[in-house]
Design a protein around this ligand. Structure first.
Ligand code: MN
Length: 261
């Protein structure tokens, strides 16, 4: 049986499932599976609810100075995106310093502090003027990067997924409802390692705003509730080693503290 036939047959057999391109399961009539599989979630601040994660999108080179330090011209390049698997999230509870595992295969492991937008709805071809209506809330996150592997693959014109999309590569704090925080178009964003400030910029320096990122992404993908968008890192990315503690800040959100172990 061709895979496409199987998917459609499975979706039909599940009953009540919506055909979205892959087989899905309805909550009312769960299917029997040979093993359990859970949807990754992130806690919602000041709530007993958690936010289920659909996809994790990341925008590349969204601050001019960072684009230059990565070797590209920020004035000419349209935004580009990559994804991390939705179970790449490592949740960092407020007021704690979490232990973050130094990953395999790298000798140049980099931090990138980023604002994360969480979507409560989505669609295709969303105009930027309507884009922020889809935002559920915001969080502080890290797009951790095996820089040597990213560069090695990029130099060979191969996908650099291995540099970006590995286990635990997306530490983040809880999601704060937009009703509490408002939208983030400006405000300080910074990261310090062992008390020494490394990244220090302002969200207003983004080349593409969160609204524009949603608009651009929705031209390429149908965005959905549960999607996270890592909105890019300011300049002065750099390495950490085991024992280092990263303290991340965005004006208007609680700090995020991560120890590399
Ligand atoms: Mn990034």
């Amino acid at each position: 049986m061709k895979r496409r036939d199987w998917i459609q047959t499975s979706a039909g057999a599940l009953g009540g499932a919506v055909l979205t391109g892959c087989a899905t399961v309805s909550a009312q009539q769960p299917a029997q599976t040979p093993f359990p599989l859970q949807v990754p979630v992130v806690p919602i601040a000041e709530s007993t609810q958690v936010f289920p994660i659909h996809r994790i999108y990341c925008i590349g080179r969204n601050y001019a100075a960072h684009a230059r330090e990565m070797g590209s011209d920020p004035t000419r390049e349209p935004p580009f995106f990559f994804q991390k698997p939705n179970d790449a999230i490592q949740y960092a509870a407020l007021g704690e310093t979490i232990d973050h595992p130094y990953p395999s295969l790298t000798k140049n492991y980099h931090y990138e502090v980023e604002l994360v937008a969480a979507l409560k709805s989505g669609g295709r071809d969303i105009p930027a003027s309507k884009a922020l209506e889809h935002v559920f809330g915001y969080a502080l996150g890290l797009d951790m990067t095996r820089r040597d592997l990213q560069r090695f693959m990029g130099d060979q014109k191969k996908p650099w997924e291995i540099g970006k999309s590995f286990d635990f590569s997306a530490p983040m704090g809880p999601i704060h409802r937009v009703e509490k925080t408002g939208h983030f178009t400006q405000g300080k964003i910074s990261l310090a390692v062992n008390g020494v400030v490394k990244q220090n910029a302002d969200l207003s320096f983004m080349i593409w705003s969160v609204a524009e990122q949603i608009a651009k992404l929705s031209e390429a993908f149908e965005l959905k509730a549960g999607d996270l968008i890592f909105s890019g890192a300011p300049e002065n990315v750099g390495p950490v080693v085991r024992g280092d503690v990263m303290l991340c800040k965005i004006q208007g959100l609680p700090d995020l503290s991560v120890r590399v172990v």
